[in-house]
Design a protein around this ligand. Structure first.
Ligand code: ATP
Ligand code: MG
Length: 491
């Protein structure tokens, strides 16, 4: 069945000052198809999305849409209001009205099935800011679906989602395309492209490297080659476990009310230890404890021989570097330059014994790391002008330039492209080889298997297992995470 073209764009050109973000791009979106859009960080994907959705004007080129086509966009950076309720976020402009009043019942009746399709069972009156990042991202997708669009554009919708939610989204997209809707799907996960997409377009440096090729005609290696333009991806180097090295992070019998129960583990110098869990399993709370961001109610914590960190600042003084997943909230001051963002870390770390590099040294190291990560932008660029993935590189680099003893990473490669992901993994491996203790959480199970020496599995606030050595595969992890959680009922 074919539904014809819903949007056709040709010859799009867009420059920001001297940067040519789009350099003559065309794309054709057909009804009933998921069209994947991939490319390295800064390739121009979000710029194209903004032009297609009409929030940004192109310098040249045309965008034509089928008459009466409603369009909904989920942008890369969350654009919800944390202080408003879920309901208010879902109906930001045109809530159903009855007798001139907001009809709460009608809103809820409209919203419930859409939320349920996405696996969200929320109190609609809850403040959005209280939800996890994953649920916020799903709420944003629900808001777009409630507009009943003929063209749905999703810019990296799954970067913060656990696998189960990605699978549900896949199901929702299948239903939508079955009804003739066109979907433009921006992602860095090439396995998702292979699973959901009917066609794929690859952008490289603002140009089209592969144009709307049917999925059946390409493989992941070809996509990578098209993205990188012949530049070989950086090979991975796996960190080795060093059994007789000193323990650097020790948790014994640690509890946090409602979040962690009797958690015990040790991370030694030179080790990369992963923590995995479904949403709310406690693995992220364990990282927060190490970073001094969550107080414990029982047990003992020792970070670098200095006991329990009382605050993030305290943890940083003990040699902790914390790379958060949510760069908007914790990672960056987006209205400041890359350079200013780098130096804030040195303020935090002031007072760390001996090891703290000077500010100029820190800037030099950050610049060094950002070059390795192919940051599109220099030290004096304002962070808000960098692409989403490039902002994440700045968060990563500014922290890892501090020469940390303990590195805590929460989804560090969220939103970065395959080449940069491999380079970040390599940098983590080098830090471990240099004696750092690394703790890594990731929504991407493949990442845990590629980078970690072993992975601790958390279920409902407890460490229920450890996967290591040859057993450390995505499959084994996925099974371990699901195991102790009954499919339905008892909870
Ligand atoms: N507001 C802006 N001002 C200046 N330059 C910009 C602005 N927005 C984007 N750019 C530049 O345009 C280029 C393309 O950016 P874009 O955000 O489209 O990349 P992307 O493919 O979405 O990358 P990512 O995968 O990192 O999200 C980049 O070099 C970026 O720095
Ligand atoms: Mg983008």
């Amino acid at each position: 069945m074919t539904y014809g073209d819903i949007l056709v764009a040709q010859g799009l050109v867009k420059s920001y000052g001297g940067v040519r973000a789009l350099d003559g791009i065309g794309v054709r979106l057909r009804g009933g198809e998921v069209h994947a859009l991939v490319g390295e960080n800064g390739a121009g994907k979000s710029t194209l999305v903004r032009i297609l959705s009409g929030v940004l004007a192109a310098d040249e080129g045309v965008v034509r849409t089928a008459p009466g086509s409603r369009l909904a966009v989920v942008s890369q950076e969350l654009s919800l209001f944390p202080d408003l309720t879920v309901r208010e976020n879902l109906f930001p402009t045109g809530p159903p009205r009855r007798f001139g009043l907001l009809d709460r019942g009608a809103m809820d009746r409209a919203a419930r099935p859409v939320l349920a399709d996405l696996g969200l069972h929320l109190d609609l009156g809850q403040e959005l800011g209280e939800l996890s990042l994953a649920d916020q991202q799903l709420t944003e997708i629900a808001r777009a679906l409630l507009r009943s669009p003929r063209l749905l554009i999703l810019d990296e919708p799954t970067s913060a989602l656990p696998l189960a939610a990605v699978n549900r989204l896949a199901g929702v997209l299948r239903t939508l395309t079955g009804r003739g809707i066109a979907v433009l799907y921006v992602t860095h996960f090439l396995d998702e492209v292979m699973r959901f997409a009917h066609r794929v377009t690859v952008l490289r440096d603002g140009q089209v490297a592969l144009a709307g090729v049917p999925r059946a005609e390409v493989g992941v290696p070809q996509l990578v080659t098209a993205m990188l333009g012949g530049r070989p991806p950086v090979p991975l180097r796996r960190a080795r476990a060093v059994v007789d090295r000193p323990p650097v992070v020790v948790l014994s019998g640690v509890s946090v009310p409602g979040r962690l129960t009797d958690v015990t583990f040790t991370v030694r110098a030179g080790e990369v230890v992963g923590v995995a869990g479904l949403q709310g399993a406690g693995h992220l709370d364990a990282l927060e404890v190490v970073c001094g961001r969550t107080a414990i109610s029982a047990g003992r914590v020792d970070v670098a021989g200095r006991g329990t960190p009382r605050s993030l600042r305290d943890a940083v003084r003990s040699g902790v570097a914390f790379v958060p997943s949510d760069r908007k909230r914790h990672g960056l001051m987006t209205d400041r330059t890359v350079w200013e963002n780098t130096t804030t870390v040195s303020w935090l770390a002031l007072g760390r014994g001996g090891a703290m590099p000077s500010r100029s040294e820190l800037v030099r190291r950050t610049t060094d790391l950002t070059q390795r990560l192919r940051l599109r932008g220099g030290p004096y660029d304002v962070v808000a002008r960098l692409s989403g993935g490039n902002q994440q590189k700045v968060v990563f680099a500014k922290w890892l330039a501090t020469d940390p003893k303990i590195v805590v990473l929460d989804d560090p490669t969220r939103g970065v492209d395959v080449g940069v992901r491999a380079e970040m993994h390599r940098i983590v491996g080098e830090l471990a080889a240099g004696g750092a203790a690394v703790l890594l959480a990731s929504t991407d199970l493949a990442e845990l298997t590629e980078v970690c020496d072993r992975v601790l599995v958390f279920v409902r606030g407890r460490v229920t297992g450890e996967v290591h050595g040859e057993r450390l595969t995505e499959h084994a992890l996925a099974v371990a995470l699901q195991q102790a959680v009954p499919e339905s009922g008892a909870g």
